[in-house]
Design a protein around this ligand. Structure first.
Ligand code: FAD
Ligand code: UDP
Length: 382
């Protein structure tokens, strides 16, 4: 029999499964998709190009423990992600930085702004756009308006259907103005891509005698949430780690939690490279937010052949085939989530973990970190 049943085989489910299995626990993983890896799943397309089926995933972390844990299951390819913004005729690095200044303004004006930014915030500082818009310096405020209009406003409208000031400030603060000449999208100490891809990393993680994985099965085929959690017609005495959406688990009884979903437009082109950077953000026009060319991320070499992907964001429709990608964090949605959380707490052996189950905007490394912490606690318990 199983000590743990884990719903979902993304980072949350797979890291828990392996950590618990290593501690001698018997684990069943239930995954509704026909494959493991959650949204980080990658595979080759019909042209032999390695793609990320659910959007571009670049690994980055400052947590040594997270990096070392994953390094048990993969080697790494060094990759520093750089993103170019296209704003009409203008092209410049994002996050908007000192190099961007010189791309869009005359040298004289850029020099003046550089000096002002360094004296106002200090070198290497990251300043959220909302904060910069409130500067008391007229030149800095004018720059902030430029960045707001050319980086954030239209992209955020496409991505969230709302203006930057209407969404959770932590979201735009992910891409601050950076008082630096560093063009990398992330400054974390460890960053890169699993050398052979994410899926082989997950395969190795889940390859353990104590782990049974069942793909293409919805959790509700095995688990019933009645007064107690029922598994194969009996009360389940072990623990369930659930990494799916909480509203779905409880039949949307309080109403659906709002999410944004994405439509992915994959295109194959008979050229060696389609664009100059791994990702190009379309920050003022085009209906899509960004185009990613996977060969830059994966390092795959192939003459005269490449695959790109456009991301189109829209509202998620519950109880359809739509995939909930981004929780829409605001007070109203958080309080709806709290209702589901209270219901979940009625089950003493139900644990929630992950981007969906916690209704949070987590990067991969955060999930790995939380999964390891949870398993520390669980394996310390008798
Ligand atoms: P998921 O990966 O969503 O896994 C949950 C799994 O549970 C899924 O496989 C799902 O099928 C399964 N499941 C759900 N309900 C059920 C059920 N009832 N029965 C059976 N199975 C079920 N993070 C980064 O660090 N770097 C990036 O570059 C990055 N890029 C991203 C790009 C996009 C477009 C998106 C949407 C996210 C990105 N992320 C990135 C975030 C990253 O995807 C998440 O942090 C990570 O995938 C979360 O892992 P998880 O296990 O919580 O969820
Ligand atoms: N953002 C923007 N313009 C950009 C990049 C980001 O307006 O060129 C805003 C947008 O609201 C986006 C948020 O910053 O949703 C976070 O961007 P990030 O690239 O971290 O998003 P993710 O990769 O998680 O989709």
């Amino acid at each position: 029999m199983f000590d743990y049943i884990i719903v979902g085989s993304g980072f949350a489910g797979s890291v828990c499964a392996r950590s618990l299995a290593d501690a001698g626990k018997r684990v069943l993983v239930l995954e509704r998709r026909p494959h493991i890896g959650g949204n980080a799943y990658d595979c080759t397309d019909e042209n032999g190009i390695l793609i990320h089926k659910y959007g571009p995933h670049i690994f980055h972390t400052n947590e040594k423990r997270v990096y070392e844990y994953l390094s048990r299951f993969t080697e790494w390819r060094k990759y520093d992600h750089e993103v170019l913004a296209k704003a009409g005729e203008l092209e410049f690095p994002v996050p908007f930085n000192l190099n961007s200044l010189y791309k869009v303004f005359s040298a004289k004006k850029a020099e003046m702004l550089e000096k002002k930014l360094i004296s106002a915030y200090g070198p290497q500082k990251k300043v959220p756009i909302g904060e910069m818009r409130e500067s008391t310096d007229d030149d800095i405020r004018e720059l902030a308006e430029f960045v707001y209009n050319n980086v954030f406003l239209h992209y955020t409208m496409k991505q969230w259907g709302q203006k930057p000031e209407e969404i959770d400030p932590a979201t735009t603060a992910r891409v601050p103005v950076f008082i630096s000449r560093d063009n990398r999208y992330f400054q974390d100490e460890y960053q890169g891509m699993p050398l052979y891809g994410y899926t082989p990393m997950f395969e190795r993680m889940l390859d353990h005698k104590n782990i049974t994985v069942k793909c293409s099965v919805n959790a509700d085929a095995y688990l019933k949430f009645e007064d107690k959690i029922i598994f194969e017609n009996e009360i389940f005495e072990g623990k369930v780690i659930y990494t799916g959406a909480l509203d779905e688990l409880f039949g949307y009884c309080y109403g659906a939690l709002p999410y944004r979903t994405l439509d992915f437009g994959f295109e194959h082109h008979d050229v060696t490279y389609y664009q100059s950077h791994g990702t190009v953000n379309y920050t003022v026009d085009e209906p899509y937010t960004r185009i990613t060319e996977y060969k830059y991320l994966t390092g795959q070499e192939m003459e005269g052949s490449t695959t790109i992907m456009k991301e189109f964001s829209r509202s998620y429709r519950p109880e359809t085939e739509d995939i909930p990608y981004y929780a829409i964090i605001n007070d109203e949605n958080n309080s709806l989530y709290q209702k589901y959380l209270s219901k979940a707490k009625e089950y003493e052996n139900l644990l929630l973990l992950g981007r969906l189950a916690e209704y949070k905007y987590y990067n991969m490394d955060k999930i790995v970190s939380l999964a390891l912490q949870l398993c520390d606690t669980l394996t310390e318990e008798k």
